[in-house]
Design a protein around this ligand. Structure first.
Ligand code: G
Ligand code: G
Ligand code: MN
Ligand code: NA
Length: 254
């Protein structure tokens, strides 16, 4: 496969980049963080989105090196923003299942934080329900370590996976991210509205923050605010942007 051969060279050739999507506090309007999202600037095919190469990278095992690059780059960028004098915010990094199977994930993250100088509380890791369920005991052990270090932990795409509520309470989480599938038709589907309301109540009952993904309209924002959802992320405020443009959007930087 052509793409697989190219993928092997992409890291050394510096073809990956991160875009950052702001996350906004629904009560205060403040920026609370950004989610780092990888892209591949392919020399011939142009900008390739992650869903076209992440699973391939998982199959070939390259996700370990790519994932480390993502952590390193996101933490270094966030630290650079703080050193430029901007108010500190979190940066969220998506983890894949293979990274948990490495066993030394907490050690790796500890090293990246030390090398970049970023405080642990300004890093967030996003896991999905399907990742978390692969080997629950390993997942919980790693997450416990990360939590003890002060790293923030969120459950991504919540509601679309297949974890049980009983399992949810065993993960040391800080935040639930409501999948945009539920947000999409929020204002026209009373069922989706009811589901979102239930997720917010569930999250708050477990002492978690709740953030809604894929917020595209003011009506969605107003509904989420009215039911006490904590934060939002989506095209309404900003699409994912290259670092300089993201800083401009987040900090009104010039
Ligand atoms: O940016 P976009 O909306 O196209 O992201 C699509 C998917 O790719 C999302 O599910 C996101 O979680 C995943 N993704 C983006 N960046 C990374 C990354 O750095 N590592 C992993 N494992 N997944 C990522
Ligand atoms: O699975 P994960 O939540 O990590 O993926 C985030 C994905 O959602 C990214 O590919 C990002 O580009 C996309 N995204 C972010 N905001 C919006 C939005 O408001 N609408 C839509 N349709 N997609 C969004
Ligand atoms: Mn995510
Ligand atoms: Na998501």
């Amino acid at each position: 496969l052509v793409l697989a051969n190219d993928l092997y060279k992409a890291l050394n050739r510096g073809e990956f980049l991160l875009h950052y999507q702001p996350q906004v506090d629904l009560k205060t309007g403040e920026i609370v963080g950004t989610e780092a999202l990888i892209r591949w600037q392919h020399p011939v095919r142009g900008l390739i989105p992650p869903n076209q190469f992440i699973s391939l990278a998982e199959e070939t095992g390259q996700i370990a090196a790519i994932g480390e690059w993502v952590l390193q780059t996101a933490c270094a960028q966030n630290q650079a923003w703080q050193e430029a004098g901007y108010p500190p915010i979190r940066v969220a990094v998506n983890l894949s299942a293979r990274q948990f199977q490495q066993q030394n994930l907490a050690q790796l993250i500890n090293r990246v934080l030390a090398e970049t100088g970023l405080e642990a509380r300004y890093l967030e890791v996003e896991i999905t329900e399907s990742i978390a369920m692969q080997d629950i005991h390993v997942t919980i052990a790693v997450l416990d370590e990360l939590r003890a270090m002060g790293v923030h932990i969120s459950m991504d795409d919540f509601g679309t996976g297949y974890s049980s509520l009983a399992t949810l309470k065993r993960f040391p989480l800080h935040t639930l991210k409501i999948d945009r599938e539920f947000v999409k038709d929020l204002t026209t589907s009373s069922k989706d509205a009811a589901l979102i309301q239930a997720i917010v109540t569930l999250g708050h009952g477990l002492d978690l923050d709740v953030i809604a993904e894929g917020v595209e309209t003011i009506d969605q924002q107003e509904f989420l605010h009215s039911i006490g959802c904590d934060a939002m992320q989506g095209y309404l405020f900003s699409k994912p942007l290259p670092a300089a443009a993201a800083a401009q959007r987040c900090f009104n930087a010039i």
